[in-house]
Design a protein around this ligand. Sequence first.
Ligand code: SF4
Length: 204
Amino acid sequence: MTPQADLAAELLIHLARLAQSGGDHRLTPAQWTALRFFARANRLSRTPSAFSAFHATTRGTASQTVKSLVALGLLERHRNEEDGRSIRFELTQAGHEVLAEDPLRNLAGRIATLPEATRTALTAALKSLSGTMALGQEVPMFGTCSDCAHCDPPAGDGRGGTTAFCRCAEATLLATEMDALCIEFRPRGGEARARPASGAGGVN
Ligand code: SF4
């Protein structure tokens, strides 16, 4: 490792701590992470087990965090209409209102002021690093449809909109779903992702 790589790794951790410690303390860092995750994840991924994989924690700890957000009225359980068995979690109106005051917005706002080329390079580097770290640790690699090997390219849906098709979920993807985080993500041209030890995921 080079001193520059050491410094970059330390700065990443420092930045994450600064971002989590600033401002609003009504939720713990784990609760904020869960609230963000359930707001950003797609319907394949809005489960406690997917959250446990994303947050690199145990299923028990993830379930406790989810339960605490349900008790606060920020998340609610929904039974899957398709199979009537599996459960997914959705933000309530109160959850969306709390998330609008997410302390991470401070960091996002600062990233938004960076020159576009820097922002693009930073995002690409972080995506690549999180992917290689996930592969190395044999945990799921989260990503979005536009970079996913399961995604057939978007095409016009005949109604003026754009849709793509997910071969994993065997479902049509709307343009509005393409930027959601997915536990079934597999990088294009990359290695198959490791399955989580927790058995996370599954179509809701
Ligand atoms: S295309 Fe990939 S990222 Fe999108 S829903 Fe399907 S598996 Fe998930």
